[in-house]
Design a protein. Structure first.
Lengths: 407, 407
């Protein structure tokens, strides 16, 4: 059985792990040498869900992709270029983004509004359309079920490693897969920064359900990672579900749905954490959990304030267990809490206990920060509001990269 | 005439420029070698105004100073220590701060609630009270009208230069002076960061009027400076007006009041800008003006978002006129605007004009950032909302200082 065979092969094949997807990534000339155009293709019309940047300045590909999602719920392709964001490019930029969709549709023999468009790179410069059109023609011939790493590579900008992941599991006896690629690095912040994420699955799911699920899971993954607090003009996470696994459409509240949701969360979380790990100049991955806030919203606020604080991030970089900076950040996060009830635990070691009691000498406390992976647990001991977010440390390297690199 | 003579001498004497003030700064042993305790003394009960940190975690000296201001509108002294913030120190910390006021009052023969208390330095460690009590006894003997620089020095922490300024001018034929000292450096952010400011004047003004004035001017100066976005537990700006100039109490809307307000603004602005200049690792002073927003509130939001953006600050450090990062920051500031109408002017040179038209080649644009003083003008061309704020660039040095220094 051909289909069964493919299923077995699909594990760890990123966006081509689910059945019926092809991908490619090539160099078309926007960048000097590196791959700069990617295509993701579903053999069958796929239900689409998407979330876009909340920045008031929205790049042309964001506008075009949003438009297509409004007129059409089923998609066949995503065309993405890196090296040029096609942002702040006015009407010409809009026409260029539209042209990317049109050209892709024409070459593939599909409809323009079945195509999403994504771009990332320098802001304010027109796209080199001739190169891109040539690229689209070439890449459309090349897409195959082994192109998942090429596609992941072709969407990178300052990323130092490619981000690709997949998960396969069973629902009602049928094998279902979810794959994803992402790019991040720098300007990473909740509510979408220069961050692109593309998710494929062979599950079947109705559009409204899929959109709610994507929004929910993005809020707990991509929107909980923080590198430097800037949000950008081009961010998007797009998910396609083409139903080729043969399962019945997933319905909320069912056991099947819960299995799918958990795996969907794991794939998005893995991609999100890879983005943090690859934060510009990052040397440590920092998981910040706030427990016992009045509400989950408060817990998120406090965790994000700590994650955004340059003083906390430089202290972690310097392996200084400076709890004063942590408590200060919670203090200006805007939430209600009682500082005397606050506890701080780093990598399972209590640093500060209630009533400001310092649990161990500073030199020993600093030892907890030697690891590459830091778990910072802040207990507010007020109520049941919990949240986790992720960030990286802040190094001299970050400043070097961003003072000299033009992104 | 003794008084006339003094008036002539007072120019440029910081907080002792106004008549009837004494100051001192000495080493009492909190720090290893540097001055760490300061006293500001008014010979006569002075009308007091004060603004305090909005952080939910408020250090003991903030709590005690607020209490005293509630029970009493007239003050004689401000006692300040550096090297230890007396923050997150619980009941003991409160008792210690109160004790600082009591001891100062006793030695000077004044009332406890005529004393403000300020602290700055390490969070979470108890004050070395024996040293401080000794210090208070010593410093009370030393206060004189030439101690203004010693006082300015004694409140410094990571500051690299002392911040002292005064202005003398005439109101209705009488000489009036305003003096101030401040400390900042790192953790500088609107709504009071680890920032202390102490202002003296010999003007006469009623408390309610003085409080409104201080709040208004702090909002346009100390609350418009941004170094890294962190706000702290200990910040305060305290102003004393002892009336010794002999002028009638200043009334709002009068010509005299307007003269005073303008000078008061100039003194606070000078101190605030000195704090930015001394931002940890700063190499450039950046003035950000947003013009033509819907409202002044929107203009402030946009200016602060740009001032807070690590990507903008590192680009300015790298002398890269990266307008894409500026427009992106305005985009996520949360205000309404039309990106196509936005213009960016750096040091009077247009960089970006309407409809995303790039005004000159990037190499020439970068030349505008060579200066130590950068004026970044962002025109939204929407309405009449204008605002200015100040920040510094973000250097590798910032990360080094904060990764290794324990503050």
């Amino acid at each position: 059985m051909r289909q069964e065979k493919i299923v077995e092969d699909k594990i760890d094949k990123g966006i081509t792990a689910p059945i019926g997807y092809k991908a490619a990534g090539i160099h078309c000339g926007i960048k000097k040498l590196k791959k700069d155009i990617a295509l993701i293709l579903s053999d069958y019309p796929a239900t689409a869900a998407a979330v876009f940047t909340l920045n008031k300045v929205q790049a042309a590909p964001v506008l075009v992709s949003k438009e297509h999602l409004q007129t059409n719920g089923k998609f066949r392709a995503i065309i993405i270029n890196s090296g040029n964001a096609n942002a702040c490019t006015g009407e010409r930029g809009y026409d260029d983004a539209k042209k990317m969709a049109e050209e892709t549709a024409q070459v593939l023999g599909i409809k323009t509004d079945e195509v999403f468009v994504g771009s990332t790179g320098v802001i304010g410069e027109p796209l080199p359309m001739e190169k891109i059109i040539n690229g689209i023609n070439q890449i459309s011939q090349l897409a195959n079920e082994y192109g998942y790493l090429d596609a992941a590579e072709a969407i990178m900008t300052t990323d130092t490693f490619l981000k690709s992941f997949s998960s396969s599991f069973f629902i009602e006896g049928a094998k279902v897969s979810i794959g994803g690629i992402a790019k991040g690095s720098g300007m990473i912040h909740p509510n979408m920064a220069t961050m692109l994420g593309f998710i494929t699955t062979d599950a079947a799911i109705e559009q409204e359900t899929f959109q709610l699920l994507l929004k929910k899971i993005v809020d707990k993954t991509f929107n909980r990672i923080i590198v430097d607090g800037d949000t950008s003009t081009n961010d998007m996470v797009i998910a396609l579900a083409n139903g080729t696994s043969g399962i019945k459409p997933l319905k909320p509240e069912t056991e099947s749905y819960k299995i799918f949701e958990e795996q969907f969360y794991q794939v998005l979380k893995k991609l999100a954490l890879d983005i943090v790990r690859d934060g510009e100049g990052a040397t440590k991955l920092v998981e910040i959990t706030v427990e016992g806030a009045s509400t989950e919203i408060d817990a998120v606020k406090a965790a994000k304030a700590v994650a955004l604080s340059p003083l906390v991030k430089t202290a972690i970089h310097g392996e200084d267990a400076n709890w004063g900076r942590i408590i200060t950040a919670v203090g200006y996060s805007g939430i209600e809490f009682d500082p005397a009830k606050l506890e701080i635990i780093i990598n399972d070691v209590p640093i500060l206990t209630k009533n400001y009691v310092v649990a161990l000498p500073i030199k020993e406390a600093n030892q907890t920060l030697k690891s590459k992976n830091i778990h910072l647990l802040i207990k507010l001991n007020l109520n049941g509001g919990n949240a986790t977010c992720w960030t990286c440390d802040f190094s001299e390297e970050y400043v070097k990269i961003n003072g000299s690199y033009r992104s």
